[in-house]
Ligand binder design. Structure first.
Ligand SMILES: *[C@@H]1O[C@H](CO)[C@@H](O)[C@H](O)[C@H]1NC(C)=O
Ligand SMILES: *[C@@H]1O[C@H](CO)[C@@H](O)[C@H](O)[C@H]1NC(C)=O
Ligand SMILES: *[C@@H]1O[C@H](CO)[C@@H](O)[C@H](O)[C@H]1NC(C)=O
Ligand SMILES: *[C@@H]1O[C@H](CO)[C@@H](O)[C@H](O)[C@H]1NC(C)=O
Ligand SMILES: *[C@@H]1O[C@H](CO)[C@@H](O)[C@H](O)[C@H]1NC(C)=O
Length: 347
């Protein structure tokens, strides 16, 4: 149930986009910690219950070798960003950090839960407001100092669960456009709150080309759904305006808020089949590696007798998408490679 909801939610891919005034004068910045908020594009193990597909085989087969709660065969966006900013490890998931004490919080913390949105989409998992409350409480309790916070980076991933939840729960078509406004407005409120807690660099993931994700293109995996892609374009236009407004309001000389342009990045990967790993290509970029054989598309699902109800490709490294809505590790690798041109101005 929850697993299907998580999987079904048409979540994000990645693309980054930067638009800030003075490229060359961008401040060089060395984050000591990474704080992460959002959904399955960034969750590295907060969802700890059976209800999560990411807790079942074949999730995690590439890395770490067993299911880890990541919604992929391996590493996800958080892992690539953590490495890029020089952290030895990904920041620890919020739900497990206390087992390791203060030491566990050394690299920051990951508050992202698969399936969640800025609004409630995935009971009982925390929406983004609640995730930020967790962060605030740790600051109040001096788990993180103001120095930690000031020198850190936040990664925020609101990648579409609000929209899939809206449609699944029979939101009206007339109400949809206003709903996009309210989602982006809530994202903006959240970004500002993270900044006000002291984080000076707040990076938000734009919405990917959701109409190209395996779920809407099944079973042929050939043509993107233009209607759905146009929703993402509209969302991203509003997000860009919201982020420009935030940067204008904070006026610190260099921008504090940045967008990763998931939409253009993933579309470009699809178009060019660019894999960037040893000259390999994503030959059939819309086709996922792991896909359910019945109508619920669940990678990893089994029937009552334990027979697997999904197909699994032999080479996840040659697939862009892992399951119905999530990239493979190599898909994230290719995506992140494009994001670097944006990130180098921030970090
Ligand atoms: C998880 O699933 C296993 C096998 O289906 C079951 O035995 C176990 O009780 C479940 N645990 C929880 C916390 O639901
Ligand atoms: C987030 O969840 C909390 C706790 O369930 C709830 O009180 C709050 O209204 C939610 N916020 C939003 C923006 O949906
Ligand atoms: C949506 O929900 C309303 C009220 O619950 C119901 O009357 C209507 O038939 C539903 N529409 C669809 C398309 O399911
Ligand atoms: C594209 O997606 C929309 C919204 O989910 C749906 O109504 C429409 O039928 C889809 N179009 C095609 C060609 O599948
Ligand atoms: C999805 O498919 C699996 C395998 O057939 C089944 O166990 C599960 O109940 C299905 N879930 C839904 C929501 O249909």
């Amino acid at each position: 149930m929850a697993s299907n909801k998580l999987l079904f939610s048409f979540l994000p891919f990645l693309v980054f986009f930067l638009h800030f005034g003075q490229g060359s004068s961008a401040v060089h910045f060395h984050p000591l910690k990474l704080f992460v908020f959002g959904d399955s594009y960034v969750d590295t193990g907060n969802i700890h219950v059976n209800a999560s597909s990411a807790r079942n085989f074949p999730y995690g087969i590439t890395f770490p070798g067993v299911p880890s709660g990541r919604f992929s065969d391996g590493r996800v966006l958080t892992d690539f960003l953590a490495k890029y900013v020089g952290l030895k490890k990904s920041p620890i998931p919020f739900t497990v950090w206390q087992r390791f004490g203060r030491k566990g919080a050394k690299y920051g913390m990951n508050f992202g839960f698969g399936g969640t949105g800025v609004f409630d989409t995935s009971f009982p998992f925390p929406n983004m407001t609640t995730q930020i409350n967790f962060f605030r409480n740790l600051i109040v309790n001096s788990i993180f100092s103001s120095y930690d916070i000031h020198s850190s980076i936040a990664l925020v991933s609101p990648s579409g669960n609000d929209y899939s939840f809206y449609f699944t729960n029979n939101g009206s078509l007339e109400g949809f456009k206003p709903f996009i406004f309210s989602v982006v407005n809530q994202i903006s409120v959240n970004l500002k709150r993270i900044y006000k807690l002291g984080v000076k660099k707040v990076v938000v993931l734009g919405l990917g080309p959701v109409g190209c994700y395996p779920k809407p293109t099944a079973p042929s995996f050939k043509k993107c759904n233009k209607t759905m892609d146009s929703i993402a374009v509209f969302h991203n236009t509003l997000l860009k305006q919201a982020v420009e407004k935030l940067n204008y309001e904070t006026k610190e000389g260099s921008p504090n808020f940045f967008i990763l342009n998931m939409y253009d990045t993933v579309l470009s990967i699809i178009k060019n089949k660019e894999n960037r790993k040893g000259g390999a290509t994503f030959k059939t970029p819309l086709k996922p590696c792991c896909f359910g054989v019945n109508s619920n598309f669940s990678c990893g699902s089994v029937d009552e007798r334990g027979n697997k109800m999904y197909t699994l490709c032999k080479r996840p490294d040659l697939a862009l998408f892992w399951d119905a809505v999530h990239p493979t590790q190599n898909g994230w690798f290719a995506t992140f490679s494009s994001f670097k041109s944006t990130l180098k101005h921030i970090i």
